[in-house]
Design a protein around this ligand. Structure first.
Ligand code: G6Q
Length: 524
């Protein structure tokens, strides 16, 4: 029994899906203007989803029956949430929200207060550290070494906010254990003026430890002392928790999941370096505003919950297996990559929280690229392919830079927005034609998240919007969105294959692994 399929609203939604609205007939200006939710500069426009007021009612009933808002409250209060009953599993609070619970309207639950106090201490340390490097004026560049959650969110945010970077400050990232990645980055900077922040919550990730040694060797080769350049961000008492090896050490904790860690020290060091301390504070304030919104707004006014419900409608009732997330903003170039991890690692699950296989679909395949670039590549399939692909567009009323150019009486930002709105309408309305090659079936669901301008506050809020959308879906499906057992098997097998490589050098006898050996035979 999963809970999800047993709710009365699921039966209602199934019946409604059998004759879901046809957008080629039903899309009206009134629908676009009224199917809209707003919050602090954000508008969620969902008139181009295949929903009616009856469907929305049933979706909100589903949120109620599955206690989605209560579970959000439990999460932000620091209750243990990360557990599969009666089997060996993680057993932790999930408190990434505490990382930004530093401002007005704070949580009063003891676990959350304690966690936000711990985060506040690290932030203070960071503020002092940043002030010190400002005074010394030694560093122009920072390289972040980390992978997965210790890379994707911070990298996406840094690229999103590069327009706000302090003059002369640049950040770079090494994540892949591919030596070409480390070589390219290390060769492109002046190491004398470079800080390296090594980020690993576990302090034991193969790629990160290898890349740290790779970078240290390069510093030694240049006659530089890594202790004067390297910073650690890691879990307390992890194998990397050795302040004697680093210029500074910052901490994170097991109640912050890797993919939810961009607003902990995992992202704060690089963002603080690039944007300055006030910049990272703005990111945290934005995330905090969305945390409060997700926590306190009733379902019908709650943006991430409504987005989660629309996603569930598309996934479980219209049976659409993928979602493309398309930001009409070049600065969000790596944001879809972050969302791929956030969503698919969180909700790519096949058992419920009682350990039973679920008999419905969970997390969809998430992918994306910025528009308008995507229009010139994969939109063909999106408009005329055989499988409808729900789209989540992200757009901004204003560009980051004030400089824009008027060409043929319109500005570039207007061209960008025109394309975004046009795609949304085209997907929904389609186009009749007697020529089958020029026929657009339409009725393809999509929604737009529109914000004012991509600045540090908005970027923090956008990050948290997606974190909460994903968490709400997990709550409604009754799955554990906060573990990632599925990434373990491949890691273990890679270590066994690595043993075979090592044995060639050491002449030790590795434990037998015939399937792996087959590949080594092909290599040789
Ligand atoms: C994210 C995952 C995973 C993790 C990396 C890096 O939720 O747990 O992507 O972030 O494997 O782990 P470390 O930070 O421990 O090196």
């Amino acid at each position: 029994m999963s809970g999800f399929l047993d709710t009365p609203s699921v039966q209602k939604l199934k019946a409604l899906a059998a004759h879901a609205i046809d957008l080629t007939k039903g899309l009206t200006p009134e629908r676009i203007e009224t199917m809209r939710l707003s919050m602090a500069g954000f508008d969620l426009l969902y008139g181009t989803e295949r929903v009616t007021p009856e469907v929305m009612d049933a979706l909100y009933e589903l949120a109620d029956e599955t206690r989605a808002l209560k579970k959000m409250a439990a999460m932000q209060a620091g209750e243990i949430l990360n557990r599969i009953e009666k089997v060996e599993s993680e057993n932790r609070a999930v408190l990434h929200t505490a990382m930004r619970d530093q401002f007005e309207e704070r949580q009063s639950a003891p676990a959350a207060e304690e966690a936000s106090g711990m985060a506040a201490r690290e932030l203070k340390k960071l503020e002092h550290f940043l002030a010190k490097i400002d005074r010394e004026e030694r560093f122009t560049d920072l390289i972040q070494i980390g992978i997965g959650g210790s890379d994707l969110g911070p990298r996406a945010l840094y690229l999103a906010l590069q327009a706000f970077a302090r003059p002369g400050r640049r950040a770079h990232f090494i994540s892949n254990v591919d030596p070409d990645d480390a070589n390219a980055v290390l060769s492109g900077v002046d190491l004398k003026k470079t800080l390296v922040v090594v980020v690993s919550k576990s302090g034991s990730t193969l790629e990160t430890l290898t890349n740290e040694e790779f970078a240290r060797a390069r510093f030694h080769k240049m006659g530089l002392d890594p202790k004067e350049h390297f910073i650690a961000v890691t879990g307390e008492k992890s194998p990397m928790d050795d302040p004697s090896r680093y210029l500074a050490s910052f901490y994170m904790w097991d109640f912050v999941g890797g993919r939810y860690s961009a607003t902990s020290m995992v992202g704060a060091v690089v963002l603080g370096f690039a944007l300055g301390y006030p910049g990272i504070v703005e990111v945290l304030r934005g995330a905090h505003a969305m945390d409060r919104h997700a926590l306190t707004m009733p379902a019908r006014k709650n943006l991430p919950l409504t987005s989660a419900l629309l996603g569930i409608w598309n996934r479980n009732f219209l049976h659409l297996p993928t979602v493309a997330i398309i930001p009409y903003s070049q600065a969000l170039i790596r944001f879809p990559a972050h969302l791929q991890q956030l969503d698919m690692e969180s909700n790519g699950k096949r058992i419920d929280k009682q350990g039973h296989p679920v008999s419905f679909s969970t997390g969809p395949v998430i992918w994306g690229e910025p528009g308008t670039n995507g229009q010139h590549s994969f939109y063909q399939l999106i408009h005329q392919g055989t499988d409808p692909i729900p789209l989540e567009f992200i757009g901004f009323r204003k560009s980051q830079h004030p400089i824009d150019i008027e060409v043929q009486f319109t500005f570039s930002q207007e061209k960008l927005l025109s394309n975004l709105f046009a795609q949304s309408i085209a997907l929904a309305s389609g186009q009749a034609s007697s020529n089958p090659n020029k026929f657009f079936p339409g009725n393809r669901p999509n929604r737009i998240l529109l914000a004012d301008r991509l600045d540090p506050f908005t970027a923090g809020a956008l990050l948290a919007y997606y974190e909460h959308k994903v968490a709400f879906q997990g709550f409604i499906w009754n799955i554990n969105s906060f573990d990632q057992e599925g990434v373990q098997l491949g890691k273990v097998l890679a270590l066994k294959i690595l043993e075979q490589f090592k044995a060639k050098r050491t002449k030790e006898t590795p434990s037998p692994f015939p399937l792996g050996e087959a590949y080594l035979n092909i290599l040789s």
